[in-house]
Design a protein around this ligand. Structure first.
Ligand code: BES
Ligand code: MN
Ligand code: ZN
Length: 464
C-alpha cells in the first residue's frame, strides 16, 4: 500500500488557508496589497470550491487560498491532493468555521488522503504523486491513518478485476490481513463447505472454476465483547443461469464490496486495538454459469435449517449470506453487522451515496445514522416491514430468494436475511453500492468504502 500523503513539518511547505465566504472580507484585509489585488483580479470571494494560488515576487506560489462557502460542503479538501501543483502544503488557518478546530483539521487531513487515491495497478506508466499535506497540529492521527488505510484497502479490493480478485485471491487478502495483525483465520474450502454444513454457500459457488470458500477471521481477547462483521463476497456476479444483461454485468467485479468493506474495517479495528473480540465472515464465491450451476426452481438447504427455493439465481448474495449469518449467530455476538451489495432496489430507492440500513433495533439505527452524519459517511434507514414477508413465501420450500412482484426489493432481501438471524442477536444489515459511479472530490470513480467510518465509530463508542 502506498504511504499516506501526510508528512512531517517542512519549512518549504506552501501555506494553505481555508476561508468561508462570510469571513473572506475580514481575512483579505489582513493581507498585503499585492495579495489583495491578486485575489480580486481572480474574482476570489470564498465560494465553496474556489482555489486561488497567490504569487511571490519571484513568481513562485506564496500561499493557497481555498473557499469553503458556508462550510456545508465537507468535501472541498477532497480534490486538493490531485488538483494543486504537486508539492507540500501546510494548513495555516481555517477562518469562519465555528466547529472545533481539531475536528475540522482531522477531517481535512482525512479527506485530503481520500482524494489522493488512485488505482494504477494496471497502468504501464508510473503513477503520478499526490501533493502532500503536513500533519496539521492537534489532530487525531490514529483516526486519520486508520480510516485512510481502511478505505484504501477496500477500494483496492473492489477495483481489482475478478480475474485477479476471485474467491482464492480474496481469501489470500484476508490471510495477509490476519498475518499483519496476528489474527487467526480459517478457510472452509470447496467440498468442505458441504461436510461442514454450509450448503447454501456451496450451491451458489460450485459452478465456478475457482472453488467457493468461507473466510473466517478472528482476533482479540476471547472474553472481550464479540463483534461480528459479515460481508458479501461475490467476486463476480454474472447472474448465474438467470444471466444479467450487458449493462447489468459490467461492474459486477464489485459484488464483493461488502466483503471488502468489512475487511477494511477489520484492518482499522485491529490497528486501533479496540477491546473487542472481532470476527469477520466472508462467503467468497463467483456466481458463474456451468453444467453444475444451481438453477431457478432448485431448493437449497441451509446451515440453520430453513430451505430456500431459488426463484432467481441472480439473487445469490442473500443465499450465501444465509449460511454466514447463521454461523455468526451460533456464538451470540454482542453486535452483528452485515454489509452487502445486495439489491438494485436499494440503489433505486436511495441512490449510490446512501447505504440502506435495516435493523429491528431502534437505538442501533439511531447510533449508526448519527455516527454517519458526524463522520461524513451518511446512511439511511429503511423498514424491515413484516407485512412484506409474504412476498418471499415459497409454495414448496420455507422461503424464496426472490419476490415474484419485485415490490420493495431491498426490504424483501433484508427480510430474507432476517430469517437466518437469531431474534436475540443485535443485528444490522447494510445494503450498499460499493462504488462511486463518477468522480467527486475525495471520492474517485470506482470502488468505495461506504459505511466504514459510521460503523467504526459505533463499535468504538459501544465497546471501548
Ligand atoms: N449484486 C446484485 C445487486 C446489485 C446490482 C447491486 C447492481 C448493486 C448494483 C444482486 O446479486 C442482484 O443481482 N440482485 C437482484 C435481485 C433480484 C433478482 C431479486 C436485483 O437487485 O435485481
Ligand atoms: Mn445477483
Ligand atoms: Zn450479487
Amino acid at each position: 500500500m502506498s504511504p499516506l500523503p501526510l508528512v512531517d513539518p517542512d519549512p518549504k511547505a506552501t501555506p494553505l488557508t481555508l476561508v468561508t465566504d462570510k469571513a473572506f472580507g475580514a481575512w483579505r484585509d489582513t493581507q498585503g496589497d499585492a495579495v489583495k489585488a491578486w485575489l480580486s483580479t481572480n474574482d476570489f470571494s470564498g465560494k465553496a470550491g474556489e482555489v486561488c494560488l497567490t504569487p511571490l515576487e519571484d513568481g513562485a506560489v506564496g500561499q493557497v487560498v481555498v473557499g469553503i462557502g458556508d462550510g456545508a460542503d465537507k468535501w472541498v479538501a477532497g480534490r486538493l491532493a490531485r488538483s494543486l501543483p504537486e508539492g507540500t502544503y501546510c494548513l495555516e488557518q481555517i477562518t469562519g468555521i465555528e466547529d472545533e478546530k481539531a475536528q475540522v483539521s482531522t477531517w481535512l487531513a482525512l479527506s485530503w488522503c481520500l482524494g489522493a487515491y488512485t488505482f494504477d495497478r494496471y497502468k504501464s506508466e508510473s503513477p503520478t504523486n499526490p501533493s502532500k499535506l503536513v500533519w496539521p497540529e492537534d489532530i487525531d492521527r490514529a483516526y486519520v491513518e486508520g480510516a485512510a488505510q481502511a478505505t484504501t484497502l477496500t477500494r483496492d479490493l473492489i477495483n481489482t478485476p475478478a480475474e485477479d480478485m476471485g474467491p482464492a485471491a480474496l481469501a489470500a487478502a484476508a490471510e495477509e490481513l490476519a498475518d499483519t495483525h496476528g489474527a487467526a483465520i480459517n478457510i472452509v474450502l470447496g467440498d468442505d463447505l458441504l461436510s461442514e454444513n454450509f450448503p447454501a454457500i456451496h450451491a451458489v459457488g460450485r459452478a465456478a472454476d475457482v472453488a467457493p470458500r468461507l473466510i473466517d477471521l478472528t482476533w482479540g481477547k476471547a472474553d472481550a465483547p464479540k463483534v461480528t462483521l459479515v460481508g458479501k463476497g461475490v467476486c463476480f456476479d454474472s447472474g448465474g443461469l438467470n444471466i444479467k444483461p450487458t449493462n447489468g454485468m459490467r461492474w459486477m467485479k464489485k459484488d464483493m464490496g461488502g466483503g471488502a468493506t468489512v475487511l477494511g474495517l477489520a484492518d482499522w479495528i485491529m490497528r486501533a486495538k479496540l477491546s473487542v473480540r472481532l470476527r469477520v465472515l466472508v462467503p467468497a464465491v463467483e456466481n458463474a454459469i456451468s453444467g453444475n450451476a444451481f438453477r431457478p426452481g432448485d431448493v437449497v438447504p441451509t446451515r440453520k435449517g430453513p430451505t430456500i427455493e431459488v426463484g432467481n439465481t441472480d439473487a445469490e448474495g442473500r443465499v450465501v449470506l444465509a449460511d454466514a449469518l447463521a454461523l455468526a449467530c451460533e456464538e451470540s455476538p454482542s453486535l452483528l453487522i452485515d454489509c452487502a451489495t445486495l439489491t438494485g432496489a436499494a440503489r433505486v430507492a436511495l441512490g449510490p451515496d446512501l447505504p440502506a440500513l435495516f435493523t429491528p433495533d431502534d437505538s442501533l439505527a439511531k447510533e449508526l445514522m448519527s455516527a454517519g452524519m458526524a463522520n461524513n459517511d451518511p446512511l439511511w434507514r429503511l423498514p424491515l416491514w413484516a407485512g412484506y414477508r409474504r412476498l418471499i413465501e415459497s409454495k414448496i420450500a420455507d422461503v424464496s430468494n426472490s419476490g415474484e412482484s419485485g415490490f420493495a426489493g431491498a426490504i424483501t432481501a433484508a427480510l430474507f436475511l432476517k430469517t437466518f438471524v437469531s431474534e436475540d442477536t443485535p443485528w444490522v444489515h447494510l445494503d450498499l453500492f460499493g462504488w462511486n459511479p463518477d468522480d467527486k472530490p475525495g471520492r474517485p470513480m470506482g470502488g468505495e468504502a461506504y459505511a466504514q467510518r459510521a460503523i467504526f465509530e459505533v463499535i468504538r463508542n459501544r465497546f471501548a
